[in-house]
Design a protein around this ligand. Structure first.
Ligand SMILES: NC(=O)c1ccc[n+]([C@@H]2O[C@H](COP(=O)([O-])OP(=O)(O)OC[C@H]3O[C@@H](n4cnc5c(N)ncnc54)[C@H](OP(=O)(O)O)[C@@H]3O)[C@@H](O)[C@H]2O)c1
Length: 336
């Protein structure tokens, strides 16, 4: 039988051609990095976080069957990797760890200072990530520069193959929304995935088609539309100054300048509420179920920063994908 990437219970998926099995749900560790910023003061974190609560949330996720964690060296300028390594402790070998490189940062001032697409920097970044995570290998190493030069990327792909030969990396991916760029990495033997944006409000048909054709996992960032698909912004919630959504950069739709969710986006979420919450799901669980039904290759990685969010999101695993009828109803409501 063809390996489509999903097991018969639906709670496990395979990272592309790597043979690495993960829970069908990963946990995204951007928010748990805490506050950091760009050189011109734009917030790049999700505001303040409680480290101990985040550690408890990671451990609760482990207990609930989550075996896949996505972070990046730059999240909290190293803090997310360090916290995740601490939370996993001796259970590191029970999980599949994904991290990213390409951004350059100053941990003293918690500031993003630039980017570096050279193979030499990739090696330095990997060594530093291994130290912060407290491990001797990364399971999925991802290029974080979404728009990197294609020729440079081909060199980085070969450097990743070298990391695999040296045992420092098991598989690699590009975090990009451009299918053309993803295809450049896909040509590498140990490329296992693309990380890209996908959620019920922002479908990614070309990228998902590429993943299905090339046999790659479609690792879905922002699966909850940065919180809009949880219902938590329905009442016009105020966002704190250190939260990236309070001053959204151009690539972050759904939130307006001035600190609130865009009412047009909230209206679409409300229109979907009944179908997503059928079968006793919460809104967030319905949004995750939509992604699993979208393709057998998808692995959503919702962010979190509390035990309650970890429990709700991990609880989606037991509910599984939406039905074909529910998927059709979503398309009808959104006019797709
Ligand atoms: N490669 C890249 O360039 C890139 C870019 C973006 C994201 N990512 C990865 O993708 C992961 C997830 O994407 P994302 O962080 O953009 O957004 P997301 O998963 O769409 O939304 C996460 C946010 O939604 C809220 N939330 C989560 N679960 C909830 C629940 N059960 N109930 C209520 N609210 C809940 C939390 O925000 P509040 O606590 O504020 O409510 C949380 O931080 C990131 O952590 C990161 O690992 C990668």
């Amino acid at each position: 039988m063809e390996n489509t990437g999903t097991d018969s219970t639906g709670t496990t998926r395979t990272l592309g051609r790597s043979g690495i099995d993960v829970s069908a749900l990963g946990f995204g560790c951007w928010a748990i990095g805490g506050e950091w910023q760009s050189a011109d003061g734009q917030p790049l974190g999700w505001g303040r976080v409680d480290d101990e609560e985040c550690v408890r949330a990671v451990r609760r996720a482990l207990d609930l069957g989550v075996t896949f964690f996505d972070t990046a060296d730059v999240y909290g300028t190293g803090h997310s990797e360090r916290l995740l390594g601490r939370a996993l402790g001796r259970r590191r070998d029970d999980v599949v760890l994904a991290t990213k490189w390409g951004n350059v940062f100053d941990a003293e001032t918690r500031t993003l200072t630039g980017s570096d697409d050279s193979p030499a920097y990739a090696r330095r970044a990997l060594t530093a990530s291994l130290r912060r995570l407290g491990t001797d290998h990364v399971d999925l190493y991802q290029l974080h520069l979404a728009d990197a030069d294609v020729e440079r990327a081909a060199e980085l792909r070969e450097e990743c193959e070298e990391f695999v030969r040296e045992g420092m990396v098991r598989a690699y991916a590009w975090s990009t929304d451009d299918p053309g760029r993803a295809a450049v990495f896909a040509a590498g033997e140990h490329c296992a995935a693309v990380q890209h944006r996908a959620n019920v409000l922002q479908d990614a048909p070309e990228m998902i088609a590429l993943c299905e054709e090339a046999g790659l996992a479609s690792v879905n960032r922002s699966p909850l539309a940065m919180g809009l698909l949880t219902g938590g912004h329905a009442g016009g919630r105020a966002l704190e100054a250190g939260d990236i959504r309070s001053r959204p950069p151009a690539w972050l739709p759904g939130f307006g300048e001035g600190g609130g969710a865009d009412p047009r986006w909230l209206a679409r979420v409300e229109a979907l509420r009944d179908v997503l919450t059928a079968d006793g799901r919460t809104l967030a669980q319905g949004a995750l179920g939509w992604l699993w039904a979208r393709s057998p290759r998808t692995v959503p990685i919702p962010g979190f920063r509390s035990v309650a969010q970890a429990e709700e999101n991990a609880g989606a695993l037991a509910k599984g994908p939406l039905t074909a009828g529910q998927m059709a109803e979503v398309d009808r409501i959104l006019g797709r």
